[in-house]
Structures are given as structure tokens and as C-alpha cells.
Design a protein around this ligand. Sequence first.
Ligand code: ATP
Length: 257
Amino acid sequence: MSTPILEVSNLETYYGPIMAIRGVSLQVLPGQVVAVLGANGAGKTTLLKTISGILDPRKGSVLFEGKPIHANDPDLIVRNGLSQVPEGREVFPFLSVRDNLKLGAFIRRDADGIRQDIERQLDYFPRLRQREKTAAGLMSGGEQQMLAIARALMACPKLLLLDEPSLGLSPALVKEIFIIIKRIRSEQNIAILVVEQNAAMALSVADYGYIMENGRVVTDGAASVLLEKDDVKQSYLGLHGEGIRGERRWKQRKTWR
Ligand code: ATP
């Protein structure tokens, strides 16, 4: 088996006295798409923020390509090849699409490569090409999500962290974004760790999944196996496989397994 590009071991992260991540371990292999699923408050965003260096863990380790990064600044972590698309997109609202993309390449000095990569992102996301000169803040939520992903890709990451890319988007747009995620993965061989409440959609593109509850991983397995597990189907995917109904049931459940 290949060496993981990301290896998280026994991670514990606190907000003051509140323990939000309770001994989480997971791994992502090179080129793999891994989904972290769970209801509101399960700890998914806190986990991503700890991996990307925005929050410091109190215990445990984060290894990126075998080297510890949990004591590094976020800026250095991006330079090492790990980019995060935050929940809520956080594009620069007064800058154009093109300028947002240029800022995503802040760690690079290869002007020609940057120009080529901007074109490549605009090919992936034709909606962004149409709105290349538009201020990002004037675009729809779906377009801003696409821009946030494209901007993160401008740093040429080896691992992309995506925090709830489906949040607040219509089912059609969610589908469009996940099709592009699939394409990026197959064409660029970038590993992706995606945090989602839309379990059905996330597992449809993922190789492997972890389910979190109350700051812990409560179950994990190959995405194809999780999709077929009765308890996952009933509690999380809905009887008919749609995410939203499953999420409501998930929130009603007190325990997992
Ligand atoms: P969501 O889908 O709503 O973003 P999540 O699974 O990403 O949920 P987190 O946002 O990581 O969950 O929150 C995990 C826990 O940490 C929750 O109990 C939450 O209330 C708490 N929490 C999150 N941010 C803070 C904060 N800034 N200060 C204190 N507690 C926080």
C-alpha cells in the first residue's frame, strides 16, 4: 500500500475548555478522494481547520507526506502543497474572478504557469469564464463556490481540503460542482479531503469515508461499502438514497452503530 499523503493520529482540538475533536485518526492516500461526513456540530470544520494549521491541536499529530505539520503556520502548510477551500467560500468580494484566481497563486513566481493555470481553471468552470471580470461578491453562491475551488487549485496543491462545497446550493449546482471535483481528481491526480453533510453526493465521488459524531470518528470504510450499509442508508442517506432526508434522521439519532 502506498504511503498516505495525509495521516492524522489521535487528534484533539479545543475551543477554550470545549473539546471539539476527540482523538480523531484518519488517512488520505495520494490521489484518493476521502469524505468526512457528519451532522452539524460533529466537528468536521474544526478537523479541517486543525489540518490546515488555522487551529492548533492540543494532542495528536498531522503528518503531510510523512512530515509533521501540526506546529506549522497555515501559510507554510499551503506552500508545502495543502490548500483549503473554507466553509462559506470567503472569496474576495470586491476583486474580479481573474484577480481572485491570481491571488490563489500567491506562493508562485512562475508568471507563465500562473497564466496557463488561470485558463485551465476557466476551462474547468465555464461559468467563471463568462464572469471573468465580474466582482466576486456580485456572483451567485454556486459561482462563488466554484471560484473558491478554482482559487485553491491555483496554489497547485497535492491535497485539497473542501469544507461543505454543497452548502446552500441548489441540487443542480451541487451536482455540477461534484462532477467538476471528479474531473479534477481524475485529470490532475490531486488528493481531496471533502467534508460534507450531503452524504450521498460525497460518497458518490469518494473512495473512502469517515463518519463523525460528537467530535469522534464513529465508523469508516470504503465509500462503496458505506453506501450499501443498512444503518448508513437508513440513518444518513434516507431510504431512497437522498441526502437531505437522511440528514434529518441523522440529527434525530443520539448514537451511531
Ligand atoms: P457544521 O456542519 O455546522 O459546520 P461541523 O461538523 O463542521 O458542523 P464544527 O463547526 O467543527 O462542526 O463544531 C464542532 C463543535 O465545536 C460544535 O460543538 C461547535 O459548537 C463547537 N465550536 C465550533 N466553533 C467554535 C468556536 N469558535 N468556539 C467555541 N465552540 C465552537
